[in-house]
Design a protein around this ligand. Structure first.
Ligand SMILES: [Zn+2]
Ligand SMILES: [Zn+2]
Length: 696
C-alpha cells in the first residue's frame, strides 16, 4: 500500500512481469503476470490486457512493472486491448492515490476513470502515435510578442493580484492560486488569458465546472475563441461519444477539455493548467463509490504533474481558505470594491420579536410582498429542501438544544411509542425533550420545521388574488411541469414563486424585486458540522441571483438567531468575518480542516444482521488502536449505537475522526479486504466515505 508505482525499466530495457489490477472483479489486490516477448514493446503503464484468471479470460489494467516476482507459476498476458493506454501514467498514479485516500479499491476507480468501450469501437477509432499535424492554433488577435506578459500594465494596476497569477502561470510549476470574489466575466477573462498562455507553450488545459449550466456558460465563451481546439464533456454525452472524444484527446487533436467532476481524469500528456470554477461546490463530490472530491483530486493531479492550479469561488470552501491561511495556496482577491450593492437591500428579521409565534411569514415580509405585488414586480420565496420538523427551537430567545460534545443541533424524533426524544446524529447521544427552554425558561420551545406546502397554503390565505406557484420536488411530476412553471414565471404570469434550491436553476430574476428566505434556521441547524458553511454558501448564491440591478431590490432573511455569525456575514456580505468565526469553531471542536472525518455506514434488510456487522466493524476499528503503525483516531457513534430505518433498510453509522489520514488508512486497509469479504455482501453493505459532505 505504498504510493510508489513500479515503473521498472531496467538497463537492458526488459520488462519481465506486469502488476495488474483486474477490472472485472472487485478485488483490492494486485496480480502478477508474465509479459510475453512479443508484447514487450507494446505494453505500457495503463494498458488494458486480456489475461487468464481462475479458469476464465478477463480484462486487467497494467499498473506497474517488475524485474522479479516472488509468485510462483505466473501466467502469460494474452493480448493488449488498446494500442495506446486510455489513461496516462500520471492519471494511473492519481487513481492509486485516490484508492488510498478514499479507501476504495483500485479497480473501482480505474473502472470509473477509463471510458466504457466496446470491442467494435476499438478498431474504428484508433489511437495513433502520430503527433498532431497542426500545432495548437492560437487566436489571431494574440499578437503579444513578449511571452512573459499575460496581463497588461493597466489591468495589473487595477487588480494587483493579477501579477501573482501571471507569475504562477509563467513558473509552470505546481502552485495553487485561489481567485476570490468578483463576477463571472472578470474570472472568465483571467481564464482565457491563462489558457491562451498555456497553449502557447504547447501545453494543455482542463477546466472543471460543477453543474451543467455552469459548464455551458463556460463552454459558450471558450468556444468563441478556441473552437475545434477544445472538447466539452457534458452530462448527456453517451459512452460512444465519450470514447471518441477521449481518443481525440489521446491523439493530441485538441488541447482543452471542459467538463464536470469526472473530467479531471482526461488523458492529456502535456497538461499545463487545471482550473476549478466554483471550487466550493458540493457537486464536485461523487456521492457514489468511488466517493472522491474532484477539487482534492485536481489538487493532487496538479501536484503530480507539477503544474499550476487555479481554484475560484466567491465563497471558498473552508478547506481551501484554510490552505490560504496556512500559506499553501496563494490568494488573489479581485474585488474592486465598487459593487452594485447600493441598490440591493438586505434585511434580517428577528423572528423572536414577532407577536404571533406560530406564523411562518413575519409582518415585515408580508408588507414587502404586498409592495412588490403593487409595483407589478415578482417575488421568490425560498425554503430549503430539508425544511421538515427536525430540531427544537425556543421562539422566545432562539435557543436550539445542541449536543454538548459535537455542537451540532439535536434532532427531534418520535420513537415507536410516539415519545419524543432528541438525538445527536454525530455521536448518538440521546437527550430528553424538555417543556421549558433551558436558556430563558419560556414554554415556547417546540420542534421547528415546515414544508413548502404549508408555506404555500399560508401565502394563499394572505394574498388571495396573486398567482402563486410552487417549485419543489413534491409539486413536480414530470420535467415538463418544471419547465412550464419556470416558463410561466419567466413570462411574468406568476406573482409569487415558492421553491427550494431548484429556483436557483432557470429562474429569470430580472423582474423580481424581492427574495424572501423563510427560515435560515432550518438550514443552519442541519445535524452537520458543515451546516454553517453550507448556509453561507447557499444564501450567498441566492442573494447573488440578483445579477443585474437596475432598480432597488431586497432580500429578506427570517431567523430566530440574527446574531449567528453566518447571518451577520450574509448581511454584510463579509466572507472574512464568516471564515474567522467558523474556523475558530472548527478548531475548538476538532472538525475539518483540522481533522479528517470518515463516515462509515452499514445497510441491510435485517436488523439483527446489521447490528452484528456493526459490532464486527467496531471491533475491527478498535483492533487498529493496538496497531503501532496506525494513527490515533476518535470513534463516534459506537457507544450509543443508532439503528435507523431508511426506506427498506436498517442503517448504522459511525464517524472516525483522524488527524493523520494517510497513516490511518494504511493500517485500516491491511485486513480490510478480509473483513469485508467475511462479513459483508450484497445483503449487508458497507460504505465508506472519506471527507463526506453530508453527515446524514
Ligand atoms: Zn454528539
Ligand atoms: Zn428560550
Amino acid at each position: 500500500m505504498n504510493n510508489e508505482i513500479n515503473e521498472f525499466i531496467n538497463m537492458h530495457g526488459e520488462k519481465k512481469y506486469a502488476e495488474i489490477v483486474i477490472l472485472e472483479y472487485n478485488f483490492d489486490k494486485i496480480f502478477h503476470y508474465c509479459i510475453p516477448q512479443d508484447l514487450k514493446d507494446q505494453i505500457s503503464l495503463g494498458s488494458r490486457v486480456t489475461i487468464p484468471f481462475r479458469g476464465k479470460v478477463t480484462t486487467g489494467c497494467v499498473v506497474g512493472f517488475l524485474a522479479e516476482s516472488d509468485v510462483k507459476n505466473l501466467k502469460d498476458i494474452r493480448q493488449i486491448t488498446d494500442k495506446k493506454p486510455l489513461l496516462t501514467p500520471q492519471v494511473i498514479r492519481l487513481t492509486k492515490w485516490i484508492s488510498n485516500y478514499y479507501l476504495c479499491s483500485w479497480e473501482k476507480i480505474l473502472n470509473y476513470a477509463i471510458p466504457k468501450t466496446r470491442k467494435a469501437w476499438l478498431n474504428k477509432f484508433d489511437i495513433t502515435d502520430i503527433p498532431p499535424q497542426n500545432p495548437p492554433q492560437l487566436p489571431e488577435d494574440d499578437k503579444s510578442s513578449d511571452n512573459e506578459i499575460i496581463f497588461s500594465a493597466e489591468e495589473v494596476k487595477e487588480k494587483p493580484h493579477l501579477k501573482d497569477i501571471e507569475n504562477i502561470i509563467n513558473n509552470k510549476r505546481f502552485k495553487t492560486v485561489l481567485i476570490r470574489g468578483n463576477d463571472f466575466s472578470s474570472r472568465m477573462k483571467i481564464y482565457l488569458k491563462c489558457i491562451r498562455k498555456t497553449l502557447k507553450e504547447g501545453r494543455q488545459a482542463i477546466i472543471l465546472a460543477p453543474t451543467e449550466s455552469h459548464l455551458s456558460e463556460l463552454a459558450g465563451l471558450l468556444e468563441k475563441e478556441f473552437k475545434d481546439n477544445m472538447i466539452v464533456f457534458d452530462e448527456k454525452i453517451d459512452q460512444k461519444a465519450k470514447y471518441q472524444k477521449w481518443i481525440k484527446i489521446r491523439n493530441s487533436r485538441v488541447n482543452i477539455a471542459l467538463g464536470m467532476r469526472s473530467s479531471i481524469f482526461v488523458p492529456f500528456d502535456r497538461l499545463g493548467l487545471i482550473i476549478v470554477e466554483r471550487e466550493h461546490s458540493g457537486l464536485y463530490k461523487e456521492e457514489r463509490s468511488p466517493r472522491y472530491n474532484a477539487r482534492e483530486v485536481a489538487l493532487k493531479r496538479a501536484e503530480l504533474e507539477n503544474i499550476p492550479l487555479i481554484l475560484s469561488s466567491k465563497t471558498p470552501s473552508m478547506e481551501s481558505y484554510w490552505n490560504v491561511q496556512e500559506n499553501n495556496f496563494l490568494e488573489a482577491e479581485l474585488n474592486t470594491g465598487e459593487e452594485r450593492e447600493n441598490l440591493l437591500k438586505k434585511t434580517i428579521i428577528d423572528m423572536t420579536q414577532e407577536k404571533s409565534k406560530k406564523k411562518i411569514i413575519s409582518y415585515e415580509l408580508q408588507q414587502a410582498i404586498s409592495r412588490s405585488l403593487k409595483n407589478k414586480r415578482q417575488v421568490v420565496l425560498f425554503l430549503n429542501k430539508r425544511g421538515f420538523s427536525s430540531f427544537m427551537i425556543c421562539s422566545q430567545c432562539g435557543h436550539i438544544p445542541k449536543c454538548s460534545d459535537c455542537n451540532t443541533s439535536l434532532s427531534y424524533h418520535l420513537d415507536i411509542q410516539k415519545r419524543a426524544q432528541l438525538i445527536c446524529h454525530n455521536c448518538g447521544k440521546r437527550v430528553k425533550v424538555t417543556d421549558v427552554c433551558v436558556k430563558c425558561g419560556s414554554k415556547e420551545i417546540r420542534p421547528l420545521g415546515m414544508g413548502t406546502q404549508k408555506l404555500e397554503s399560508e401565502i394563499r390565505k394572505m394574498f388571495t388574488r396573486a398567482e402563486i406557484r410552487r417549485l419543489d420536488r413534491d409539486s413536480l411530476i414530470k420535467d415538463d411541469d418544471y419547465r412550464q412553471i419556470l416558463e410561466e414565471f419567466n413570462q411574468g404570469n406568476t406573482d409569487i414563486l415558492i421553491g427550494t434550491q431548484m429556483v436557483l436553476k432557470g429562474v429569470d430574476f430580472n423582474n423580481v424585486d424581492l427574495i424572501g428566505i423563510i427560515s435560515a434556521d432550518t438550514l443552519l441547524n442541519l445535524p452537520d458540522y458543515r451546516s454553517g458553511e453550507k448556509t453561507f454558501q447557499l444564501l450567498s448564491e441566492v442573494i447573488s441571483s440578483f445579477r443585474e440591478i437596475s432598480f432597488s431590490k431586497e432580500v429578506i432573511i427570517q431567523t430566530f438567531n440574527p446574531e449567528d455569525h453566518c447571518i451577520v456575514a450574509l448581511r454584510e456580505q463579509d466572507y472574512n468575518y464568516f471564515y474567522q468565526n467558523e474556523i475558530e469553531l472548527r478548531k475548538e471542536l476538532d472538525y475539518p480542516p483540522f481533522t479528517h472525518i470518515i463516515k462509515i455506514v452499514i445497510l441491510g434488510e435485517e436488523k439483527e444482521a446489521v447490528k452484528q456487522r456493526a459490532e464486527y466493524l467496531i471491533s475491527y476499528l478498535k483492533s487498529l488502536r493496538k496497531d503501532k503503525e496506525s494513527a490515533e483516531f476518535k470513534l463516534l457513534g459506537d457507544v450509543d449505537m443508532l439503528l435507523w430505518k431508511s426506506r427498506n433498510d436498517f442503517k448504522v453509522q459511525f464517524l472516525v475522526k483522524v488527524k493523520d489520514l494517510e497513516k490511518f488508512n494504511q493500517a485500516f486497509k491491511k485486513k480490510y479486504d478480509k473483513m469485508l469479504s467475511k462479513h459483508f455482501d450484497q445483503k449487508n453493505r458497507l460504505t465508506i466515505d472519506v471527507d463526506p459532505l453530508r453527515m446524514i
